[in-house]
Structure formats: C-alpha cells, structure tokens
Design a protein around this ligand. Structure first.
Ligand code: MN
Length: 375
C-alpha cells in the first residue's frame, strides 16, 4: 500500500529528460501522463491553473476520466524517471494561525508575562499575506536567510525553523465585493498540498511588531509536488474541537468542520513530532470565508495555509520553536541535542488521511535541506 491508489490520484507537473512540463497524476510509484491519455486541452498545459480555473464540475468529470484510466491499467512512467515541478502558478499566498495549541505555545514563549492568546484570536482566524513568488516545490534547497537579528546585529539567522502546515489551493476565482460563503469551500478549493513555512525566528521576533511577519518568512515556503483533490478527502472531514465563544455567523459555527489529517515531522532522519490537523481550532471553510469577508476577490492559484499544526501534547508540536520551547529545552534528533535548524539538516513533512475506500491516503510529502547563508 503506497497511499497513492485509485482512491487518491493527486495531480502534479512533471518532465522527462529535460523535456516540456506535463500534467500527470500519481498512481503507486509512477505517473500517469494525462496529456497522452486524453485529448482535453487543459490537460495539455504546463501547470494546473487552466484546469483549476474551470471549476468543480470539470474537476469531477476529469477525476472520473482519470480514475477510469487508472483502473484500466494505463501505462505509467516510473517516478525515478521524472523530475517534479511546482504544480501550479501561485497567485496570492495567505498564511493563517489557526491552531490554538500552536498560538498558545507561541504566546507563552514570546510573551511570558501576557495573555497567551490575543483578544481577537477566538473571534477571527488570524492570518497574514505572504510572498507567492518564493513558494518552491519540495526538494528545493533552502538558503539560510541573513538579516537584522536585533539592533546593530545583522547576520545569518541563528534560529531557523520549520512550520508543518497544510495548504489549500484555490481553483475557481470570485468577483470583487462578493464574500465567499463558508458553505462554498468545495466550489472554490481544488485541492490540498503539504506546506513548510520556513521561519527565521530571530528576524521575525525583531521585525514583527506591529505589522506581523515579513522577511523572517518571505525567503522560502515549500509545498508538495502533489495536489490532493479535495474530493479525495471526503472521508477525512471531522468535527472541529469546539469553538467558544461562538464565532460570527459568516464563520458558519454550526457547519464548520475540520480535516482528520495526520502529520509527521522528520528532522535529520528521525521523526520528532506527530501533530494532527484534526485538533486545529479554525477549519478551512472558515479561513476561506474570512479571507474574502471584506470583498477581496479570489484568483486561480491562490494558496491559503493552515498555520503551524500543533496538537496538545509535547510530541505533537509543529515547529522547533515549540519543540525546544524557545531554544530553552533542547530535544534530541539525529543523535544530538537540538534547538533550531543547522546547515545540512533535511526536514521531511509527511501527511496521511482516511480514504473513502477504507484505507489511507498519503498526501504529497514536503522535503527541504538547509544550505549555508550566502556571502
Ligand atoms: Mn506559518
């Protein structure tokens, strides 16, 4: 069982021997090339955006056709023979802060004398607009950023971190001035990717007051090669852990659900944490409703992410800031005591979810290694 059976069929962009970029779906340890197996023009493109723009009815028809091809033993190209690329052109990128366990831990670490959660936290899903142009596919090396660590202190980040997250990929656009209802998630969201929001904590701590994250996060964000269609996650929907106080009506407090997706963080060859997305406070439909509630329009290729996924337990923390409690409590990985990322470290994020077939899906992994700072 690979988690990449006919109940999953995630989409990606691949090439062979330096040839053109092509659309395929993953089936087992191979790629089913959709340009050769269909005559659909949107499947002969070099990114998923044209397909994503066509909306949920076309996505369903495509999925049915692809499922038929996959079940018909159509030939696949071995994964070892392909190079994978960024699966879609990223339009705008928003990152939320939707895990109460993460926000509480970070509040305690960064503001030990204040309230852990800010006054707004349970009334709206907090987020910030990130940098779309530095979103890179899994496997891309991450260069340690240099910047202001404090006043008169410029140099390579000493507190480079990972953030285990999920990303939601928007296909269908929306017009300006028309908020997208929480009930319309499946009309707009094409699929889900794994996401690592690399974060330089020293740069971030110095720069973030009062406007939020900036250069401490904009140097790189990694996403998986494979986009899991939202419809493949039909069996993964679950109740949210519970929202008190009751959110505003546009955040659909009675209908909002979460996704039961297990996350695994590997550092230097060792699994150091296993958070569950099911424990996250704000659901994806609530994040989408909130980010359009002011009338902001959606574009094909927009990406909004969950924020760091942390569970209630110590071994469910979704970033090294939490795992090392601000660097004060080193943990062990790769046989050594660790706090933040070192040059040469490789991070792998893995995800799995229940499938409609009764088994489990493996979502696309997110891999990245740290290269030394330049200059
Ligand atoms: Mn983040």
């Amino acid at each position: 069982m690979t988690g990449f059976g006919t109940d999953h069929l995630p989409y990606g962009i691949f090439s062979v021997d330096g040839g053109p970029r092509r659309i395929g779906v993953r089936l087992g340890d191979g790629v089913l090339a959709l340009d050769e197996l269909t005559d659909r023009p949107e499947l002969a493109e070099k990114s998923l955006n044209p397909l994503m723009a066509l909306g949920p009815q076309v996505w369903r028809e495509t999925h049915e056709q692809v499922t038929w091809l996959a079940e018909d033993d159509s030939p696949t190209i071995p994964l070892s023979d392909v190079v994978m690329h960024l699966p879609f052109e990223v339009a705008d990128y928003v990152d939320f802060y939707a895990s109460e366990h993460h926000a509480t831990n970070v509040g305690r670490i960064m503001r030990p004398d204040g309230e852990a959660l800010t006054a707004n936290w349970k009334h709206l899903p907090i987020g910030y607009h990130g940098r779309a142009g530095t979103i890179v596919p899994s496997g891309t090396p991450v260069i340690r950023p240099t910047g202001q660590r404090h006043a008169d202190d410029i140099g390579p980040s000493r507190r480079l971190d990972l953030e285990a997250e999920l990303g939601f990929v928007v296909g269908t656009p929306s017009p300006p001035g028309e908020p997208v209802a929480a009930s319309s998630l499946a009309d707009h969201v094409f699929g889900v990717v794994g996401l690592n929001d690399w974060s330089a904590r020293d740069l971030q701590a110095w720069e973030y007051v009062p406007l939020g994250p900036f250069l401490g996060k904009s140097f790189a964000t990694s996403i998986s090669h494979w986009v899991t269609p939202l419809s493949a996650l039909d069996a993964a929907w679950c109740d949210l852990p519970g929202q008190d106080p009751r959110p505003a009506a546009y955040l659909a407090p009675d209908e909002a659900r979460g996704l039961d997706i297990d996350v695994e963080i590997e550092l230097a060859g060792e699994v150091v944490s296993r958070p569950s997305y099911a424990s996250t406070y704000w659901g994806p439909a609530q994040m989408l409703a909130h980010l359009t509630s002011n009338g902001a329009s959606l574009r094909t290729g927009d990406l909004f992410a969950s924020g760091t996924i942390s569970g209630p337990e110590r071994d469910q923390r979704g970033c090294l800031l939490e795992l090392s409690w601000g660097g004060q409590e080193p943990f062990t990985a790769g046989g050594r005591e660790r706090t933040f990322l070192e040059d040469g470290d490789e991070v792998v994020l893995r995800y799995s979810a229940p499938s409609t077939s009764g088994g489990r899906l493996t979502l696309g992994e997110v891999r990245g290694s740290i290269s030394p700072a330049r200059g």
